[in-house]
Design a protein around this ligand. Structure first.
Ligand code: BTN
Length: 256
């Protein structure tokens, strides 16, 4: 917990919409708490550990205590048509924050952040009574053995080894991998992205799904084809068909 210092977080986020931050040692799920309790625009809940972390499509999201940046943020007043875009904006904001550390992350539609094809961060967006709750789970200091099995996952510490950063296992994390600093960087970026008219261009230019042959599990169906574009409403266009939700598998680049 000594890399989640509340005063540093509040100071780093002053002047942004995310000025109401709480840090907890353990909660069931930062997402579940905000969905349950609601609150004012910009409320942020951070946890060192979650006992019932939630992933997309009803999956669990688990990580050893102290190894991940786990937070949810509440947004009030988002136009209903824009609500599905918030989780894309959150994924982009994580990618932009990571870029400043050296690696070149990519996005897998709708909002997974990948480094070298491996997932480093997952984002969960939910609508709760007109409020948008967006949750971020960023793998920070996990060793390979601490990452979930059967998923192509990575952590910032593993990826930063190639950029001269110490791995950060045991002892104090290197400065770039302090979770309070990462949280401030991601939320300051999200504050900018939410107001940026051209954010979708930045998203598209980092989206590895566009141009790939994909298989997508959508409710009641499996769609396979070439992902041509991400439309302005956030839909993934596969062989001319707009898809609004689903788990994507990248098969190979189109024509590859
Ligand atoms: C995914 O399945 O890729 C999305 C994972 C989202 C996990 C984060 S961790 C913080 C917040 N609280 C949760 O219970 N889930 C989200």
């Amino acid at each position: 917990m000594d890399d989640l210092v509340i005063d540093a977080i509040r100071e780093g986020l002053s002047g942004t919409r995310f000025s109401t931050v709480e840090v907890h040692e353990s909660v069931d799920s930062t997402q579940a708490v905000l969905v349950r309790e609601g609150g004012a625009d910009g409320r942020v809940l951070v946890a060192d550990h979650q006992t019932q972390g939630r992933g997309r499509s009803g999956r669990a999201w688990a990580s050893p205590p102290g190894t991940s940046l786990l937070f949810s943020a509440l947004l009030v007043g988002v136009e209903p048509a824009f609500a599905p875009l918030v989780s894309l904006q959150a994924g982009l904001s994580v990618a932009l924050a990571i870029e400043r550390l050296g690696p070149r992350p990519q996005l897998k539609w709708p909002n997974d952040v990948l480094i070298g094809g491996r997932k480093v961060c997952g984002v969960l967006g939910e609508l709760a009574g007109g409020l948008v709750v967006v949750g971020v789970g960023l793998n920070v200091s996990q060793s390979r053995a601490q990452l979930p099995e059967g998923v192509d996952a990575t952590s910032l510490a593993l990826e930063l080894e190639g950029f001269g950063g110490p791995p950060g296992f045991g002892g104090s994390p290197p400065k770039a991998l302090r979770r309070d600093r990462l949280l401030v960087d991601v939320l300051r970026q999200l504050d900018r992205t939410l107001a940026a008219p051209d954010w979708l261009d930045d998203y598209r230019s980092r989206c590895a799904t566009i141009g790939s042959r994909v298989r997508i599990q959508v409710p009641g169906d499996v769609v396979e084809g070439v992902a041509e574009a991400v439309a302005s409403d956030g839909a993934l266009v596969v062989d001319g068909r707009p898809l609004y939700a689903g788990d994507v598998i990248h098969l190979r680049a189109a024509g590859g």
